[in-house]
Design a protein around this ligand. Structure first.
Ligand code: C2E
Ligand code: MG
Ligand code: MG
Length: 596
């Protein structure tokens, strides 16, 4: 006989502990009656199963909070029932109290082995029964709380995992697929064996100017507006992803060749010709694009992306709003560029950078008044490498900062050495790159080198280009003031090739203008270069600046410069840049012989 209320509410009521449910399993109905009487004043729901099998059937429908289980039953005995219940994960947490007349240690051990949680001996004592049932209900309650807690935890973890997945696969600002998502889609394309696709990598030109001038909030709005415009070009099945700050990428399907792609590229470029309205401002933005066409040679999803990125980098070198298709030579150039970067890093560690010195001559007296320090790379296989080949790479990688300090230190040490040998009036000019100029440690580094080499700052000249000044005029003014307060002199190198804006000169505390050698090289009486050089010298005189002409190669050039009143000069006519020992041998230790 089974007493069970099968209404839905009752089935679930077991979850709540305000009416705990007990299942009494005993083949003697009288025993059930006894227990029912003993527990009559308790708020329990009692259910009865007259055999082991009935009990198991009951559990299929409803799980009680505690089971009181008789051992000696006909058919399936209590030990077996206990074993079966405990073997089922859903049921194993229901506490089982064995109600038994068997009390030997062996019997009890058998019950425990079968998974029983407690015992009550027959005949059942009311107080003992109540105490044991309550204790088991407490355990059941704790288990249920734990299960609820675990379920909540699991659902939170699932929610968080879903959020993370979204973050990984979707860009938070634009809601576009992320780089990871694009890589996954590319990987699917490659796996399917399709090669008629194209990857177009886009990078906005000078986007950081927007962030810098208007702030990141406006930058974000502009990115959203750009996203909208790019999305208009999407065909069904194509993908537009955001790759990072101002970088986007298209994955286009069914693109047979470059010609087929041209209208798409033109349309993208066209869509950037009208301004974006952001924060009540009209903003013009251009993009550069790098494109790679699908190929069966592509194995990994990163490869087409990398190649499109390489092509984009090439497009950038051509200027704003340009695009480039990837080709093999590009990859080779990229590789040799990477090799150069590694070699330069190693060269710095192995101290392969050496400083050469080119005399700077007083054009009135013909005497050497100082030197310009020019870096060379003493390459193990290639011999002496000129800066034109590696300075741009040093600049881009930022390695120019430590290399620049190496040169400064070598030059200052050399100057002190020469001064100690008696050439006390010499000055040393050292080039500073734009990168060094914007490095916050620059002043500290210079102070340290001057202190270590005990060179007087008044003998040091630092050469900077116009672009170093114009890139960040306010910082540059502060920095040059700091340098000049130490009595270090400042030269504007390659003057006339940069902004050619003379307007900044009166605002900017400099000492010397170095006329770029391109003007000196093609100096002809009365020609345009002659006019430029004349203007620069006149201007310098008016502003109280000294002038040095670079690249003097012929006696004629020298004569004209002297006539124009140019104070200083350097060039192959006097000497090429040389190593310190040669400078000493050829010029410093020789009997005095003025150059002009
Ligand atoms: P720069 O500072 O304008 O240096 C003058 C360059 O003109 C030197 O080239 C020098 O060898 C060359 N030169 C001098 N006289 C003549 C001449 O009569 N005819 C010709 N055709 N060239 C002449 P170099 O040594 O190859 O250096 C090139 C540039 O590399 C330098 O131009 C400078 O901008 C940069 N550089 C060199 N050393 C350093 C350095 O230590 N740090 C930084 N940041 N840049 C450096
Ligand atoms: Mg220079
Ligand atoms: Mg120069």
């Amino acid at each position: 006989m089974l007493i069970v209320d099968t209404t839905i509410s009752n089935i679930y009521s077991g979850i709540l502990m305000d009416h705990p449910s007990l299942l009494i399993v005993d083949d003697e109905p009288d025993n059930f009656d006894v227990i029912e009487t003993l527990l009559s004043d308790q708020d329990y729901q009692l259910h009865y199963a007259a055999s082991g099998q009935e009990a198991l059937d009951f559990l299929d429908l409803f799980q009680p909070d505690v089971i009181l289980l008789d051992v000696m039953m006909s058919g399936m005995d209590g030990i077996e029932v206990c074993k079966r219940i405990k073997a089922i994960p859903q049921w194993e947490s229901i506490p089982i109290i064995i109600v038994t007349a068997l009390t030997t240690k062996t019997d009890l051990a058998r019950c425990l082995m079968a998974g029983a949680d407690d015992f009550i001996s027959k005949p059942v004592n009311r107080l003992e029964l109540m105490a044991r049932v309550r204790s088991m209900l407490r355990i059941r309650q704790q288990y249920k709380q734990l299960a609820t807690f675990n379920a909540r935890l699991e659902s939170t973890v699932q929610q968080r995992t879903a959020q993370l997945q979204t973050l990984i696969f979707q860009d938070a600002l634009t809601q576009l697929p992320s780089r990871t998502s694009l890589l996954q889609k590319l990987s699917e394309v490659l796996q399917s064996g399709v090669s008629s696709f194209a990857v177009i990598y886009l990078d906005c030109d000078q986007f950081k100017l927007v962030n810098g001038s208007f702030g990141h909030a406006v930058g974000d709005q502009l990115l959203l507006a750009i996203t909208k415009r790019l999305q208009q070009h999407l065909r069904p099945g194509d993908v537009l992803a955001r790759m990072g700050e101002d970088e986007f990428c298209f994955l286009l399907h069914q693109v047979e060749d470059a010609i087929a792609l041209k209208p798409f590229i033109e349309a993208i470029l066209q869509s950037f010709r009208s301004p974006f309205i952001v924060a009540d401002c009209e903003m013009f933005m251009t993009v550069c694009m790098g494109i790679t066409l699908g190929s069966s040679a592509y194995q990994q999803s990163e490869e087409p992306l990398q190649n499109a990125d390489t092509a984009m980098y090439r497009a950038k070198l051509q200027g704003k709003g340009c695009y480039q298709f990837f080709d093999r030579q590009m990859a080779e150039a990229m590789l040799s560029r990477l090799t150069l970067e590694n070699d330069l890093q190693r060269a710095l560690e192995q101290q392969e950078f050496v400083t050469y010195y080119q005399p700077i001559v007083n054009l009135t007296s013909g005497k050497i008044c100082g030197f310009e320090a020019l870096v060379r790379w003493q390459h193990a296989d290639r011999g002496m490498v000129s800066p034109g080949e590696f300075i741009p790479c040093l600049e881009e990688t930022g390695l120019i900062v430590p290399v620049g300090i190496v040169v400064l230190k070598q030059a200052c040490q050399q100057l002190r050495d020469w001064q100690q040998q008696g050439w006390t009036d010499l000055t040393m000019s050292v080039n500073l790159s734009v990168r060094q100029f914007s490095c916050p440690d620059l002043l500290n580094d210079i102070d340290r080198v001057l202190a270590e080499t005990a060179v007087s700052p008044a003998h040091l000249k630092l050469e900077i280009t116009e672009s170093a000044i114009m890139d960040n005029a306010q910082t540059a003014i502060g920095l040059t003031e700091q340098l000049r307060s130490r009595q270090i002199q400042i030269s504007i190198d390659d003057f006339g090739t940069g902004y050619s804006s003379l307007g900044y000169l009166h605002r900017f505390p400099v000492d010397i203008l170095k006329i770029d050698r391109s003007f000196v090289n093609q100096l002809q009486a009365g020609n345009r270069n002659y006019q430029v050089v004349t203007t620069i010298i006149t201007l310098s005189n008016q502003l109280g600046l000294a002038v040095t002409a670079e690249g003097i190669e012929t006696a004629q050039q020298l004569q004209w410069l002297q006539q124009l009143g140019c104070e200083f000069g350097q060039g192959y006519l006097f000497s090429r840049p040389l190593m310190a020992a040669d400078i000493e041998k050829l010029y410093l230790k020789k009997a005095y012989q003025p150059f002009c």
